[in-house]
Design a protein around this ligand. Structure first.
Ligand SMILES: Nc1nc2c(c(=O)[nH]1)N[C@H]1C(S)=C(S)[C@@H](COP(=O)(O)O)O[C@H]1N2
Ligand SMILES: [Mo]
Length: 395
């Protein structure tokens, strides 16, 4: 038995989601007990978030009435372990490795703030967003955090172009791989210690539109989102967006980690042995700002709201169906989709009879990519990009 619990009884307080310890008279001070979920610092009211282990998923109905940017208080959190509290004064970002002209080069928080900054409005989305739909819609068993569609958020990120930091650190033409690494605790999976979260980033992407971001929506990054600095990798899966960035290996040789060699690849029938290529760009998705299931009155006109986004660029068209995809009507797009963010849309719908119904939305982006009827099966449930049937109860 865990020795921390030998002198206390533990009750699960369902109101607060906290574990509370009661002292046994005559014993020593009770040790600090874990909160639920362990390691996320911001409040996670059940109205706004669904908690899955160490992660918190945004409820789509909570985005109703919000603008293009997802506020921090609604932004999903995907933590392999827990949010570290980092002192910006003593923090250093160190670049090192065989791809640099000289030895390691460190930057302070003040160094970053003093460098020329850029901003990008972009979504960050977990590669596993929509994973539970593999089961719900396709009857496939997959493993991983059972997100619905709330592992995505859009923010305005401000920071230093990664290219500028690599230049200052003396990256040479021999560099072929980068390995950004977080300062959060080691990740242990099935008894195996995989070390700190790290995943190779191709030099070509790093020299493109990647920022070492220190602001989110005009404020310093909140602790849960990577304070003091994280990568912003527009269009790419969240795993590339290293939070609590501590160091970057710059290598003249290719690099790999469990997050590139095994995780974040498509495995299973139809994929190469060992998995497909590392996942990078996210596909096209759409979601309604409605509870799951939604309850709507029959015979009333409802103005439905939703959002669509794509890792390839702007969303140019969204259609909605209330008859399981037999017929489609265009949604009204509000404003121009930002190329790296999402587009908001509305659709007027008057359900006729009471009973169970479904609403489908599908988007097309500027490259012509759309949303298929079925997503590509894979054992770890990544990259669910199919049209989602949002369940509705008409009353
Ligand atoms: N250091 C570190 N960086 C990380 C992670 C992590 O656990 N540790 N999770 C990654 C994953 S899988 C995702 S989807 C995004 C989530 O970003 P958010 O928590 O700010 O929404 O952060 C990425 N960066
Ligand atoms: Mo993720």
């Amino acid at each position: 038995m865990d020795p921390r619990f030998t002198t206390t009884t533990t009750t699960d307080d369902r109101e607060t989601g906290r574990k509370t310890g009661r002292r046994v008279p005559g014993e020593g001070e009770p040790p600090p007990l874990p909160v639920s979920p362990p390691g996320i610092r911001k409040p996670l009211p059940a109205r706004l978030f669904a908690v899955h282990g160490t992660n918190a998923e945004t409820r789509w109905e909570a985005l109703r009435g919000e603008g293009d940017l997802t506020p921090d208080r609604l932004f999903f959190v995907r933590n392999h372990t827990s949010t570290p509290l980092i002192d910006a004064g003593s923090w250093r970002l160190t670049l090192w490795g065989s791809g640099l002209r000289g030895g390691p080069v460190s930057f302070t928080y003040r160094d970053l703030l003093a460098m020329p900054a850029e901003e990008v409005t972009a979504f960050v989305e977990c590669a596993g967003n929509g994973r539970s739909l593999y089961g719900e819609q396709q009857g496939e068993e997959v493993s991983g955090t059972p997100w619905r569609l709330g592992a995505v958020g859009v923010a305005r990120w401000r920071g230093v172009p990664f290219a500028a930091l690599l230049g200052r650190a003396g990256m040479t033409a021999r560099a072929v791989a980068l390995m950004p690494r977080g300062l959060d605790p080691d990740y242990v999976e099935g008894g195996e210690n995989l070390g700190r979260v790290r995943r190779p980033l191709p030099v070509t992407k790093a020299l493109g539109d990647v920022l070492v971001a220190y602001e989110m929506n005009g404020r310093p990054l909140p602790p849960d989102h990577g304070f003091p600095a994280r990568l912003a990798v527009p269009g790419w899966a969240g795993i590339a967006w290293t939070k609590w960035l501590g160091d970057v290996e710059v290598s003249a040789e290719p690099l790999e980690s469990p997050w590139s060699s095994r995780l974040y690849r498509m495995h299973g029938p139809g994929h190469p042995p060992g998995g497909g290529p590392p996942l990078t760009r996210m596909g096209v998705k759409s979601a309604f700002e409605l509870p799951w299931p939604a309850r709507l009155r029959a015979g009333h006109g409802h103005l439905l709201h939703g959002r669509s986004w794509s890792g390839n660029g702007r969303v140019v068209r969204v259609d909605v169906s209330d008859d399981d995809g037999v017929s489609w009507r265009p949604a009204h797009l509000h404003g121009d989709s930002s190329p790296r963010g999402w587009v908001r849309w509305t659709f007027r719908w008057t359900p006729l009879g009471a009973g169970a119904a479904g609403l489908l939305a599908r988007a097309v982006d500027e490259t012509g990519a759309g949303q298929p009827e079925r997503a590509t099966s894979n054992r770890l449930g990544y990259a669910f990009d199919a049209v989602v049937r949002h369940p509705v109860v008409v009353t």
